[in-house]
Design a protein around this ligand. Structure first.
Ligand SMILES: NC(=O)c1ccc[n+]([C@@H]2O[C@H](COP(=O)([O-])OP(=O)(O)OC[C@H]3O[C@@H](n4cnc5c(N)ncnc54)[C@H](O)[C@@H]3O)[C@@H](O)[C@H]2O)c1
Length: 399
């Protein structure tokens, strides 16, 4: 193996699985994290992310032998950077501070022939305009005696072990040698296809994938609003439209959550606002969706005196426990700030669990299912009569 020793900077949802798979493939891997609890957990063989299959891999002898963690970087053949790139909420641009400090932290250790791989999701031109100038402070020259590639991550939390191995990957770099070296490292643990391209294309592709989703959701949400104006069922209209052989409209939702789809489209607008009008409008439509849903709930209870509302679902999508950027939480907050009495439960979120729907709707006027977790829908269908009987006013809304 040409690149035997690999340092992974940032061992969270993206960096840790990569570190584990690289160790399993026989690399000598050092995970680096500024969070001491994570460093300790890795050294004790404990996975700090909720991925059952990956925990088993982490306990394999080869992984325990080849993976260790520490809080600062050291010399290596290759560096992977997988630190957060959150959205600066006020400016709606990428907060690059973690990437910058990660790059600066490896500077003293860089030597001729090293490969640096950026896995974090970033605005286009980050490799050229942000990373290259920092890395070249080492005296080395990117594309000549230092190699740099962007290999964005596509894993789906909850299914990380399968996806990190089987998904196709993009290997983006300005020069052929960087591409070749990065492809060589990924080929040690990826069985999906590795597609080589330039760095800017790889940066934009990752953002395009999530933006595609966001724009399509916005179209569904907008069409649903039109259906409401016309007082027809959006579900029926979309189902019938989708009988066209080349049409596949998504169904409307309560908004877009999670840590990728509502964020990544902004990184495109950041670099080319003039050509991002559809992307921007879609973001606005999806960000406004929780207000439309709150209005629907208000309308449903408008004839009830001091209505008591019970809301189910707090995660950003069904059948996960992840509440990051959750529109369901936003809807409940909107209604609370309007003065409504609303109780919020979620069977998958530890601190929001409940015994049964029947027990929590006693005396309520509106049961609203914000997130259709499989177990919620099956309980609702199983005991719909009993649930209605317990309610003071049996208004049940499903989104
Ligand atoms: N989570 C996902 O499903 C997913 C999927 C695709 C892409 N991404 C992208 O991958 C990147 C990382 O996301 P994540 O979900 O792994 O984040 P995360 O918060 O789970 O992990 C990032 C880790 O980096 C550490 N860190 C921050 N600055 C550091 C530094 N200077 N040195 C060392 N460690 C540092 C943090 O302590 C944290 O443990 C982001 O750009 C994200 O958008 C995430």
């Amino acid at each position: 193996m040409k690149l035997q020793k690999i340092v992974v900077i940032g061992t969270g949802y993206v960096g840790l699985p990569a570190a584990i798979l690289l160790a399993r493939a026989g690399h000598d891997v050092v995970g680096v994290d500024i969070n001491d609890n994570i460093v300790r957990a890795i050294n004790e063989g404990v996975l700090h992310i909720n991925e059952k299959e990956l925990q088993a891999v982490m306990e394999e002898e080869e992984v325990r032998k080849n993976l260790r963690a520490q809080s600062t970087p050291c010399e290596a053949d290759a560096y992977f950077i997988a630190v957060p790139t959150p959205l600066d909420e006020r400016k709606k641009i990428a907060d690059m501070s973690y990437v910058i400090s990660a790059a600066e932290s490896i500077l003293p250790h860089l030597r001729e022939g090293n490969l640096v791989v950026l896995e974090s999701t970033v605005p286009p031109l980050t490799c050229r305009e942000v990373l290259t100038p920092i890395l070249e402070k080492s005296g080395l020259k990117v594309g000549e005696n230092l190699h740099l590639a962007h290999c964005p991550e596509r894993i789906l939390p909850g299914n990380v072990f399968h996806e990190i191995v089987h998904n196709d990957r993009l290997i983006g770099a300005k020069d052929a040698k960087s591409r070749e070296l990065a492809a060589e490292v990924y080929s040690t643990f990826v069985s999906g296809q590795l597609f080589q391209t330039d760095d800017v294309t790889a940066e934009l592709c990752k953002l395009m994938e999530n933006t595609y989703r966001d724009v399509n959701v916005a179209l569904a949400n907008e069409l649903s609003a039109v259906c409401d104006t016309l007082e027809i069922s959006a579900k029926e209209a979309i189902t019938l439209a989708n009988r066209h052989p080349r049409v596949n409209i998504l169904f409307p939702g309560i908004g877009v959550g999670g840590h990728c789809i509502p964020i990544d489209p902004w990184f495109i607008k950041e670099v080319d606002p003039m050509n991002s009008r559809l992307i921007f409008t879609s973001r606005m439509i999806n960000d406004e969706q929780p207000y439309r849903i709150a209005a629907k709930i208000r309308k449903a209870v408008k004839n009830v005196n001091t209505p008591r509302i019970v809301a189910i679902g707090a995660t950003y999508k069904p059948d996960t426990e992840d509440t990051r950027e959750s529109p369901a939480i936003e809807i409940v907050d909107i209604l609370k700030s309007d003065g409504y009495s609303i109780e919020h439960f979620d069977p998958l979120v530890p601190e929001m669990k409940y015994e049964s729907l029947e027990s929590i709707v006693e005396g309520a006027d509106c049961l609203t299912i914000l997130v259709p977790h499989k177990e919620v829908i099956s309980e609702l269908e199983r005991s719909s009569d009993a649930i209605s009987d317990k309610m003071r006013t049996p208004i049940v809304l499903r989104f």
